[in-house]
Design a protein around this ligand. Structure first.
Ligand SMILES: *Cc1c(COP(=O)(O)O)cnc(C)c1O
Length: 429
């Protein structure tokens, strides 16, 4: 496969951008090789600068649930752009998208739009602190919530611990207000809330962690977390930046029937443009400026182009049968992949939920915690990634990332992918 144009661009980029990229995982560091500079995409596929085409399962890391350059989204952005790209005033599309989000997501009564998932989380945490008058936050080990200082925190030793900075530049002070407990462990959370509950503003988690492999909540886990938070008067924040409009129109909270107090959204609601949002109970959301004392603002927040893209996206996802059809694709994918893995029993696991999937190279029988993910063989994943790439299938370039199906993936795409999986495993195992 000729990659000379990507290589040349990457060399130039490395002189100009840290690591040659604007977001670290794009650099292919954990899989090796040259990141592909993508020139254009349509439906399930995209094409790099050298003209190589791939069936894409990264899908911009989640937003593109309709695939690349969906006609309705592109048309909405084009029409809107012709009339102006930003006004810094209220715009009717903010009202329209807010209505759609509030109608879709069970626990959201009021919503504020921002420009990224990180910003949504950062703002929701400030709001939780402002509302409760408490400083501490509980994070679940392995959940990713963007790059705000107090979220870049890792678990220290022991079960329930003060966090330690997970990035240079994060102060100990910031990290110390974040407490970390393992996911899928209600006892650890119960013990922490028993001891510290009166100092804790909120528990934040990904209802289905999708940023450290794919970890599914144990039966009853999310309901148990809800119960503990209610008991201790601690706010529960679901970070649905991935699961929102992905597991269904109402996200994980509808899927599992558990209502958080606040929800953060991103990725899909922007239709592929930069959007985040946070929303929840009216009494909490009313604390936000200018209604209340919690300050949060943004020059490009609620940007008309981004709102237009989001509206077009959600019009499609709320159409009759959308998620059933996506689920069917997920099941078809699983039904073709699973038998191929029989041959490598005890070496590979495949897990999925609806349109989200993950491959693990491991001898473990099931992945329940981040420690299980940590024991997976990421070197073998890197070989698998390269072998798939050579066969025209683009997986996210890290074994800690999940894959996404979109409504644009066809049966033929899925069959081609299954045969690439079969050949790739043959090559590397
Ligand atoms: C992607 C992601 C974020 C961060 O969103 P950005 O738009 O990248 O800032 C936060 N939380 C979760 C669960 C995510 O998957």
């Amino acid at each position: 496969m000729n990659t000379s144009k990507s290589e040349t661009l990457f060399k130039r980029a490395q002189q100009l951008l840290p690591g040659g990229v604007d977001s670290p995982v794009r650099a292919f560091k954990s899989v090796g090789g040259t990141p592909r500079f993508i020139r254009e995409g349509k439906s399930s596929c995209f094409t790099d600068e050298d003209g190589n085409s791939f069936i894409d399962y990264c899908m911009s890391w989640g937003p593109l649930i309709l695939g690349h350059a969906d006609d309705s989204v592109v048309e909405a952005v084009r029409e809107t752009a012709l009339k102006g790209t930003s006004f810094g005033t209220p715009h009717r599309f903010e009202v329209e998208l807010a209505e759609m989000v509030i109608n879709a997501v069970p626990s959201i009564e009021k919503v504020r739009f921002v420009c990224s998932g990180t910003e949504a989380v950062m703002s929701a945490i400030r709001l939780a602190r402002g509302f409760t008058g408490r400083d501490k936050i509980v994070k679940l080990d392995g959940c990713y919530h963007g790059h705000a200082d107090f979220m870049l925190v890792a678990a220290g030793s022991g079960l329930a611990t003060f966090g330690t900075p997970d990035s240079a530049g994060v102060t100990k002070g910031n990290a110390q207000d974040t407490l970390v407990v393992p996911y899928n462990d209600l006892d650890a959370l119960a013990a922490l809330l028993e001891n510290e509950g009166q100092n804790i503003a909120a528990v934040i988690l990904e209802p289905v962690p999708c940023n450290y492999g794919l970890i599914l909540p144990a039966p009853g886990y999310l309901a148990g977390v809800r119960e503990l938070c209610t008991k201790h008067n601690v706010l529960l924040i679901f970070d649905e930046v991935i699961t929102g409009f992905r597991l269904g129109h109402g996200g994980a909270q509808e899927y599992f029937g558990v209502k958080p107090d606040l929800t953060t959204l991103g990725k899909i609601i922007g239709g592929g443009l930069p959007v985040g949002a946070y929303g929840g109970r009216n009494d909490i959301m009313s604390m936000i400026s200018p209604e209340g004392p919690v300050y949060q603002a943004g020059t490009l927040s609620g940007n008309p182009l981004a709102m237009a893209a989001g509206i077009a996206m959600l019009k499609s996802t709320r159409s009759e049968g959308f998620y059933q059809s996506l689920k069917n694709k997920g099941e078809k994918f699983r039904s073709l992949i699973s038998p191929l893995l029989e041959k490598y029993k005890g070496k590979i696991l495949f897990d999925s939920i609806e349109s989200i999937f993950c491959f693990y190279f491991t001898d473990q029988k099931k992945i329940n915690t981040v420690n299980d993910v940590r024991r997976c063989d990421m070197k073998l994943f890197a070989l698998f990634h390269g072998a798939m790439l050579n066969r025209g299938v683009y997986l996210s370039p890290s074994g800690y990332e999940v894959g996404f199906l979109s409504s644009a993936h066809s049966n033929e795409d899925i069959e081609k992918t299954a045969s690439a999986v079969s050949d790739s495993l043959e090559e590397i195992m």
